[in-house]
Design a protein around this ligand. Structure first.
Ligand SMILES: *Cc1c(COP(=O)(O)O)cnc(C)c1O
Length: 410
């Protein structure tokens, strides 16, 4: 193992790990700037609903180029409010992807809507828009045509198609030209789950702006963090007003503290989290560049490695915003064994994702079975997320790749 000096990470309050031991699965990138901003809030009496939330919202709306940014307590909360603002309700059908984190589907179930899954593109893991177009046309037509796309049970054939909910998987935008065309043709709302893709661009356009409403999430493994928290973005005034009200216990503009126009929620973000997020936003380009550099180190070592296949970057992705680094093991490689061997070397990994339709509560409720979404299931069986964050050193990446090679060879 060769050791290199890693000057780049000096002076940021992080311990440098020259031989690449103790590799974390992911790691937030926090400096004294963030620590000072949070400490400063704690010296005031405004711990919620103060100037930091407004400043953080302003920073995100300027970066993304949208009219409205609304800070909320989690990505799940942001998606739930987006579902409400889109008018999705009991029995409505929403086309979405089974290859995602469960939250993108759960928020539909909260409002008793029916997720209609279509399979994904094998190269990117993003929703297959040819299937989406076919499903939308059939669901609008109704009858026998529609029932082909419905789950085996748990969905009334009398439902109606209301919206599309694509996910920008692993920091790569879904294919929005066809999604926007399908939305326009059938008058469907589009909620963009961009919880993994702050800063990514589709044909030069920022993610979050590619549907009617977009959501970014800030859990500690995401591109920027607020510990827990998220941001809803939209250009629509009516949606923004409703989401602001619902986030704050249903108080409409003009309502007094104990007046409530709507049934709302407490989905507010606190001031400490917002201060953390505001400073992280000011460092976003730096944070994305560091993640890009780590991804490039992986790419250089893994592109030609036998036994693994890399995620494809679509030509429509004008900027990737690296969220995780996922490789696909070749057919016939025993993933469990690879995971155990890497773990024995101190290299953590995660299978990414378990298909949503095969999660127990989903299979029980809708009657899904293995084989229903074969591309998703194949990706899910073969995918492995390697340790990834902007704070990894090149030595650490090298060690992960050396260990992966050994694990594949033996
Ligand atoms: C992280 C994430 C979310 C939101 O998660 P929270 O933990 O609620 O912030 C939603 N969808 C996807 C695809 C995600 O990766």
């Amino acid at each position: 193992m060769k050791t290199v000096k890693n000057n780049r990470t000096k002076g940021q309050g992080r311990s440098v790990d020259p031989v690449g031991e103790n590799i974390p699965m992911s790691s937030p990138d926090i400096t004294d700037l963030e620590r000072e901003a949070v400490a400063k809030v704690m010296q005031t009496s405004r711990l919620s609903m103060g100037p930091e939330v407004a400043a953080f919202e302003d920073a995100v709306s300027r970066y993304v180029g949208v009219e409205h940014a609304i800070a909320v307590s989690s990505g799940t909360a942001g998606l739930h409010l987006s579902v409400l603002a889109t008018g999705i309700t009991d029995g409505d059908w929403v086309i979405t992807t089974p290859f995602s984190f469960v939250a993108s589907t759960n928020v539909l179930l909260y409002e008793r809507a029916i997720p209609i899954f279509v399979d994904v593109d094998p190269d990117t893991g993003n929703i297959n828009t040819d299937l989406m177009a076919e499903a939308a046309a059939d669901l609008i037509a109704g009858g026998k045509k529609a029932s082909r796309w419905l789950p085996r049970k748990g969905a009334e054939p009398s439902g109606r198609l209301r919206a599309l909910l694509p996910v920008d998987v692993f920091g790569q935008p879904a294919d929005y030209d066809p999604i926007q065309a399908i939305s326009a043709e059938h008058n469907l709302g589009v909620i963009e789950d961009s919880c993994e893709a702050l800063g990514a661009q589709y044909k030069g356009c920022q993610t979050g702006t590619l549907g009617d409403i977009g959501v970014f999430a800030f859990y500690p493994n995401k591109q920027i963090t607020t510990a827990e928290g998220a941001m809803v973005v939209t250009d629509r005034d009516d949606s923004a007003e409703l989401i602001r009200a619902l986030r704050n216990q249903g108080r409409a503009p003009g309502d007094l503290w104990l007046d409530h126009t709507h049934l709302g929620y407490n989905y507010r973000l606190d001031e400490m989290s917002a201060a953390l997020g505001r400073v992280q936003m000011s460092r976003l380009d730096e944070l994305l560049e560091k993640r890009e550099r780590v991804a490039a180190w992986y790419h250089a070592r893994l592109a030609e490695m036998p036994g693994v296949e890399l995620l494809q970057i679509s030509p429509s992705t004008s900027r990737m915003s690296w969220f995780v680094y996922v490789v696909r093991l070749d057919d016939g490689v025993d993933r469990k064994r690879v995971v155990e061997r890497l773990d024995a070397q101190g290299v953590p990994t995660r299978p990414y994702f378990t298909p949503i339709h095969l999660q127990r509560y989903m299979a029980e409720r809708f009657g899904y079975q293995p084989g229903d979404y074969p591309v998703t299931e194949d990706l899910s069986r073969r995918s492995l997320a390697l340790p990834f964050s902007g704070t990894l050193s090149e030595v650490q990446v090298e060690r992960v790749c050396d260990c992966l090679l050994q694990a594949l060879e033996s």
